[in-house]
Design a protein around this ligand. Structure first.
Ligand code: CAA
Length: 293
């Protein structure tokens, strides 16, 4: 059955090579999923060779783990590893790609300049997908020559495990792009839903309300370990474990985007801002309090 709002699947274009902009945590998890499910060449790009090499090494290591667990054959592991490569130069790396997805820093100006760059490296039909968790697809596409091939393609962390994929249609996204996005999501074995191009889409908007309240409780003086403890057995991950998994900076950015859009409903916690300002990857202090030092 076609997901609600998805165009006719006959409009989908084949995906024979995938480009990924960024080689960080989400990007390299996506590379692993694409190579395993689509079995096509996947090219990671980033600002320098070191980051690119790290992204490719992650994918190779995860494939080795699957091999060690007996989940895949030696042949398949070798084949999948050979399909993943990296490049610093997008024009070289993305030549012939028909699906490029970006997972760079969550900032509109950065995403726009990445897409402007990618547009020079690929054909006009190549889908430009973004893994943004909160920003406007319409705005991200606005200055491109072909804004109709931009689509939101939002995975959740951990990418290998979380079943949902939010597909976001911008004002100018055309049916062929949308159909390709749905067909690709299906090939990746994800549950695809069409969501409106509104701040933080559906899941992160709901999570933003929840996390805002979590922030308030900590701002009122409750230790993070107590908040986590209150959730044991209620959700698969306690709030601060989940926030550490997602990354404090991304979580804060999400709440800031939502607060700008709906100031009466979303809260940006000063305590969480301090954690991000201190560039901490986790929230835990020695005594269960927030630890921004
Ligand atoms: N990366 C890859 N795979 C992982 C993983 C990770 N970080 N963590 C766990 N897994 C895999 C395990 O390998 C295991 O796979 P198999 O069953 O195939 O062996 C499977 O997940 C289950 O793992 P465990 O049994 O060890 O652990 P668990 O039962 O506690 O489940 C979890 C782990 C699925 C991550 C679970 O804790 C969970 O659902 N957590 C909530 C995650 C969540 O809500 N994510 C959304 C975050 S919001 C977001 O991402 C939005 C955004 O844009 C910022």
């Amino acid at each position: 059955k076609r997901p609600a709002g998805a165009p006719d699947r006959s409009l989908a274009r084949p995906v024979t090579k995938v480009g990924i902009v960024g080689a960080g945590l989400m990007a390299s998890q996506m590379a692993l999923l694409f190579v395993r499910r689509l079995e096509v060449p996947v090219v990671l790009t980033d600002l320098d060779q070191e980051r690119v090499d790290k992204g490719v090494a992650y994918v190779h290591a995860e494939i080795d783990k699957l091999l060690a667990k007996g989940r895949i054959s030696n042949d398949k592991a070798n084949r999948h590893k050979a399909l993943v490569s990296g490049a610093v130069d997008k024009a070289e790396g993305f030549a012939g790609a028909d699906f490029v997805i970006e997972a760079v820093f969550e900032e509109m100006s950065v995403k726009k300049s990445v897409f402007a760059d990618v547009e020079k490296a690929v054909s006009p039909e190549c889908v430009l997908a973004t893994n943004t968790s909160s920003l406007s697809i319409t705005e991200m596409a606005a200055d491109l020559e072909h804004p109709e091939r931009v689509v939101g393609f939002h995975f959740f962390n951990p990418v290998a495990v979380m079943p949902l994929l939010e597909i976001v249609k911008g004002e100018q996204t055309d049916d062929a792009t949308l159909a390709t996005a749905f067909a690709t999501g299906k090939a990746l074995k994800k549950t695809t839903i069409l969501v409106k191009d509104s701040p933080s889409f559906i899941v992160n908007r709901l999570l933003g309300r929840f996390m805002g309240e979590v922030g308030r409780i900590v701002d009122e003086g409750t230790p993070v370990t107590v908040v986590d403890g209150a959730f044991a057995g209620v959700a698969p991950m306690p709030p601060f474990v989940l926030l550490s998994l997602v990354g404090p900076a991304i979580a804060l950015h999400n709440n800031e985007t939502l607060h700008r859009a709906f100031p009466d409903r979303f809260y940006v916690s000063p305590a969480l801002e301090r954690v991000v300002a201190a560039r901490k990857a986790s929230y835990y202090g020695p005594d269960g309090s927030l630890d921004p030092e």
